[in-house]
Design a binder for this molecule. Structure first.
Ligand code: ATP
Ligand code: MG
Length: 415
């Protein structure tokens, strides 16, 4: 049987590893600049965490979760997102007792049973940030600025940042009433899923991907006309903070986001119709999941979409996956010597490799070329007797004679 990877999953092959490392390192580096610490939560959680945390009426919970019963009869779900698990850990370890805000970041695989298409996988990866404990709009602006800076420093310029406010539960109730009276007139034209959303969560209809629902949504009332003074002020503050650091945005009153927990700020960063990054404020979730009444803000960026975007923009990702020195060897004594030298050079911090395929001199050079080694040396009888060898710089063919007993001289040439 020829077994293939499950639909919607992708291997990260070694040839692409440097791209992932580059993007991940950028996010790690920025996270540290912003005083954000890493959190790692389990790959799976109790299903209830997501039905309560993400929301019963969302596509994620209704259609997309990988849920199964484990051998102990518990309902378990592979995590479809990283916010609810972070909140669970925050509550479980009483991190709310520490000085606030709590700033967390994570890299996670996420699992959603989706219709597989470009930029839409069933196992994908996210970089996410969650900041708990502050209701200040400066937190929202800071969160958005990390995402914008990371994307900018990765070289992506043609991105649009769209922001909106979904208000608090009070504004939401007023808006839902207005929305429902508008939608009532168009009820017959809604898709079956949206018909079922009509009573339970009419705002979700604004996020429907069906053409006929999109058309109706275009003329629907917008939430910004219904938000209360407090929420309006918060949105104004956010804009001030974004302006203060020169982040450009568009207000898009139709952003709803796919998950139920958002309040006040929501945002999306879009590249050619694909949302690369999305998030917002969720001031009720910590309490909803059994913690104290504490505000929160978070976002997640899809790493596959991000790397795809870098590639389609032709942005060159710097390679870091070559060795500094490849050491070939002719004959048994030379092989052992090469092995020894490489071992010692690695301990001095050089990235190097020796031959394990009994390659000829010519094949060694070819291999070194193909793998992108920066320098190559081949040891044989002559080199061992003389105690010296010539390192070849692959980029221009220039040779450098080195003393094989003086490894630091090799490091000096290669570094
Ligand atoms: P979309 O509207 O594209 O379905 P979403 O609102 O479901 O996105 P979030 O749950 O906010 O997305 O996840 C944050 C980010 O994770 C998205 O902006 C996207 O980059 C990425 N993402 C979400 N679902 C997938 C998927 N199935 N495959 C690849 N990346 C994804
Ligand atoms: Mg989605």
């Amino acid at each position: 049987m020829n077994i293939q990877a499950p639909k919607g999953t992708k291997d990260m092959l070694p040839k692409d590893a440097y791209k992932w490392h580059y993007v991940e390192n950028k996010f790690r580096e920025l996270s540290e600049q912003y005083g954000i610490k890493e959190i790692r939560t389990p790959m799976f959680e109790h299903t209830e965490l997501f039905t309560r945390g993400v929301g019963e009426t969302t596509d994620v919970v209704q259609k997309e979760m990988y849920t199964f019963e484990d051998k102990g009869g518990r309902s378990i779900t592979l995590k479809p997102e990283g916010t609810a698990p972070s909140v669970r850990a925050f509550i479980e370890s009483s991190l709310y007792n520490e000085a606030q805000p709590t700033k967390l970041y994570y890299f996670i695989p996420a699992f959603r049973y989706e219709n597989v298409q470009k930029g839409r996988l069933r196992q994908f990866h996210q970089y996410g940030v969650e900041i708990f404990g502050s209701q200040e709009a400066s937190i929202d602006a800071e969160g958005i600025s990390i995402a914008m800076r990371a994307l900018d420093e990765l070289g992506l310029k043609n991105l649009s940042l769209n922001i909106n406010s979904l208000g608090c539960p009070d504004c939401r109730k007023k808006f839902n009433d207005a929305l429902k009276s508008f939608l009532k007139e168009n009820y017959d034209d809604l898709c079956p899923t949206c018909k079922s959303r009509f009573e339970r969560n009419p705002m979700r209809i604004l996020d429907c991907k069906e053409e006929k629902c999109k058309k109706i949504a275009k003329n629907a009332p917008t939430i910004l006309d219904y938000i209360c003074d407090d929420c309006k002020n918060h949105f104004e503050e956010l804009k001030k903070y974004l302006d203060a650091i020169g982040i450009k945005y568009t207000i898009d009153p139709y952003i709803v986001r796919g998950l139920d927990y958002y309040t006040k700020t929501v945002f999306e960063i879009i590249y050619k119709d694909l949302t690369v990054c999305g998030g917002g404020r969720y001031d009720k979730l910590i309490e909803e999941l059994g913690g104290p009444d504490m505000p929160a803000f978070g976002f997640a960026a899809g790493l596959e979409r991000l790397i795809m975007t870098l590639e389609s923009e032709g942005i060159e990702i710097p390679r870091s996956d070559y060795v500094d020195l490849y050491v070939g060897a002719m004959g048994d004594d030379a092989k052992i010597e090469a092995f020894k030298i490489v071992n010692a050079l690695r301990a001095k911090g050089l990235k190097c490799d020796s031959d394990h395929m009994n390659r000829s001199v010519k094949a060694s050079m070819k291999y070194a070329n193909k793998t992108g080694a920066r320098f190559t040396v081949v040891l044989g009888e002559n080199e061992l007797q003389a105690g010296t060898a010539k390192l070849k710089r692959m980029e221009d063919g220039q040779q450098f004679e080195v003393d094989l007993k003086d490894l630091d001289s090799i490091v000096k040439v290669v570094k």
